[in-house]
Design a protein around this ligand. Structure first.
Ligand code: NAD
Ligand code: DAU
Length: 356
């Protein structure tokens, strides 16, 4: 059996592959363009493991994807590959349109051409799992019920608009061509191997470096946080037992303001890596200009996946954040390697001249 994973050298994809191969004896073909967010070092533990093959390439490259499908016929495609950072999508949307829309379209078309020629038992058993986000639903009012699967798509950033477009393509390929697709909408993930441009690893990295901890606007925006290992297990449930054409929301029922997350991280660091002068990392928290179009609140109703597929998260925010902070403290080399010149350039460009 083989899985074709796209974007498996990124944050969630690499966690998924590591978790999957820890309990399944299956080959994994990992197609990843190795953009700034893709990192072969995330998969260092699989070096020499013949079950994992990393192929550097683009999901939009039909010839390459066609060759991979013919050479390693998969039982499923798990599609993580995307441009994923909202702030980058605001500063430069083009790459998001190219990968999240055009790339997803070309991947669907190449997979469909290959799948259509399969004998019918294999056709029926095949799955295309599209890993999407809760951001496609837009922003919630403070007292509104959490997003359920039927919530309207109302994306507000170039990133979420491009993911929403991908969702619509995936849905259409099911309705029109019968490709057995599954779509998931997950809330904010955190955990090992997350690139330090996203809130939680950025706070940890900047705190340790004695840098400001930039909080957008008033810091009272709400996100529904989920430990990455719980997301990966939810995807396994959907892959194993999800119904083709269905969508599943995944979330931790763990709504927190950004400011509270930053303060919790500082308190953990104060305990695990106290500053020599005894002061708190929280003194580094700095309010900066808000993100344009900033969604005020996300929250996920994960009742469907709990009811129908028996998934629920194993980690609480307290256990998940502790594991995460400890992981970053234990992996200074990984952190040093990802903070390349290009990373520093992005940080300077994005935060350099930001009004406080
Ligand atoms: P990431 O940015 O860490 O990783 C994306 C990966 O895709 C990278 O390895 C990159 O090299 C690869 N990639 C980008 N363009 C490619 C292309 N054209 N062809 C092949 N590979 C390409 O992202 P992530 O946080 O791991 O997110 C993975 C998926 O999960 C995305 O689809 C994202 O929308 C979705 N998601 C993320 C979160 C979150 O909180 N991070 C939550 C819900 C859903
Ligand atoms: O909800 C799922 C989404 O979560 C995923 O689809 C995206 O790929 C992922 O990047 C994430 O999007 P967010 O925009 O919510 O994540 P980010 O870590 O960039 O920001 C989290 C919150 O923290 C958000 O309200 C913005 C705020 N923030 C972020 C950064 C980088 C700050 O206040 N300061 C910062 O420097």
């Amino acid at each position: 059996m083989t899985l074709l994973i796209t974007g498996g050298a990124g944050f969630i994809g690499s966690n998924f592959i590591l978790d999957h191969l820890a309990h399944a004896d299956e080959s994994v073909i990992n197609l990843d363009r190795l953009t700034y967010a893709g990192n072969a070092e995330n998969l260092a533990a699989l070096q020499g493991d013949v079950r994992h093959t990393l192929v550097c390439g683009d999901i939009a490259d039909r010839a390459l994807v066609g060759r991979l499908l013919a050479e390693y016929p998969p039982r499923a495609v798990v599609h993580f590959a995307a441009e994923s950072h909202v702030d980058r999508s605001i500063r430069g949307p083009e790459d998001f349109i190219q990968t999240n829309i055009v790339g997803t379209f070309r991947l669907l078309e190449t997979v469909r051409a290959w799948w259509s020629a399969l004998p019918s038992p294999q056709q029926r058993g095949f799955r295309f799992l599209h890993v999407s986000t809760d951001e496609v639903y837009g922003a919630l009012a403070p007292d509104a019920a959490p997003f359920a699967e039927g919530h309207q798509h109302q994306p507000n950033s170039p990133y979420s608009a491009s993911k929403a477009a991908g969702d619509h393509l995936v849905r259409a390929w099911f309705q029109t061509y019968g490709l057995p697709v599954l779509t998931t909408h997950c809330s904010n993930n955190y955990g090992p191997y997350q690139f330090p441009e996203k809130l939680i690893p950025l706070m940890i990295v900047n705190a340790l470096a004695g840098q400001p901890l930039p909080i957008y606007g008033d810091g009272l925006q709400v996100r529904d946080w989920l430990y990455v290992g719980d997301h990966c297990r939810a995807l396994e449930h959907v892959l194993a037992a999800g119904s083709p054409g269905e969508t599943y929301n995944i979330g931790g029922q763990c709504e927190q303001t950004n400011l509270r997350i930053a303060r919790t991280l500082c308190a953990l660091l104060d305990r695990l890596r106290p500053k020599p002068d005894g002061r708190s990392y929280a003194e580094q928290i700095t309010f900066v200009a808000d993100r344009p179009g900033h969604d005020r609140r996300y929250a996920i109703n994960a009742g469907k996946i709990a009811r129908e597929l028996g998934w629920k998260p194993a980690e609480t925010l307290a256990t998940g954040l502790l594991k995460t902070v400890q992981w970053y403290l234990d992996h200074p080399e990984w952190l040093a390697h990802v903070q390349t010149g290009a990373y520093r350039k992005w940080m300077n460009r994005h935060y350099g001249a930001m009004p406080t």
